[in-house]
Design a protein around this ligand. Sequence first.
Ligand SMILES: Nc1ncnc2c1ncn2[C@@H]1O[C@H](COP(=O)(O)OP(=O)(O)OP(=O)(O)O)[C@@H](O)[C@H]1O
Ligand SMILES: [Mg+2]
Length: 256
Amino acid sequence: MTTVALLNQKGGVGKTTVTLGLASAAQAAGERVLVVDLDPQASATWTLGIVPDNATLGVADAIAAGTKGAAAAAIVESAWSPLVWVLPSSSGLADREHDSGRLLEKRLAKALEGVTDSYDLVLIDCPPSLGGNARGALTAADLALIVVEPASYSLRGVAAVLDLIDDVWDRSNPDLDLAGVIVNKMPAVSSEADRRTDELVEMVGRKAVWKPAIPNRVIVNQAHGEQRPIHSYGYRAREVVDALDALYVKLRRAAK
Ligand SMILES: Nc1ncnc2c1ncn2[C@@H]1O[C@H](COP(=O)(O)OP(=O)(O)OP(=O)(O)O)[C@@H](O)[C@H]1O
Ligand SMILES: [Mg+2]
């Protein structure tokens, strides 16, 4: 079992898309995956077909409890398949966003302790910020994956994410590794995007920039809207699915 935090403080770059795309790839490969939705916007929770009501427990409850294995009570099966499970987002998460105390940092890790053992892969979808929730995710994770778009505004934030990873590694999680950077929304032909990818390689090194990039395709939007795994769209999603499958294989290798 490996726990992966997907993050970037930039909004809209595709953290949720890549989280769900990798969950879809894992499911297609017959593996059991848990998606932890740490974003108060609850996009991943919604796309996985979970409609929280007043009685639904969520990740904020697990963090609030902060006891060993507390997350188990809140985890539900997704609407996708019995292979994909969700620790849903919940109101209360936003309040934690700016907390960065050492104890709070460790609460998610504690709540997931023992619980994650029954999954092949745990994917934590982070909110677009580097606050307490992102810290909590990195403290609970074995690997960090940064998601970027090949655009200058997206790359400008990468250094801050790397700093946060270093800081968490130093303070609370010596087992944390940067798995790599996934480039999402790659246009078919764009010298600008190619230049930005080169710039990224200069920043983090060639090995850290994962290939292939995920192409920019409208089917991705459609899959979110229809709350379906991208793998269920057949040939129409082929390029996106091929990229996700290759990235998934790479992630499984990095996990060993
Ligand atoms: N490869 C892609 N091709 C086309 N559209 C995409 C792609 N990846 C993401 N999108 C679209 O871009 C938008 C933002 O994606 P997503 O919600 O995954 O980003 P995010 O980083 O999780 O955003 P937030 O920071 O708000 O959590 C969504 O409408 C999504 O459908
Ligand atoms: Mg998101």
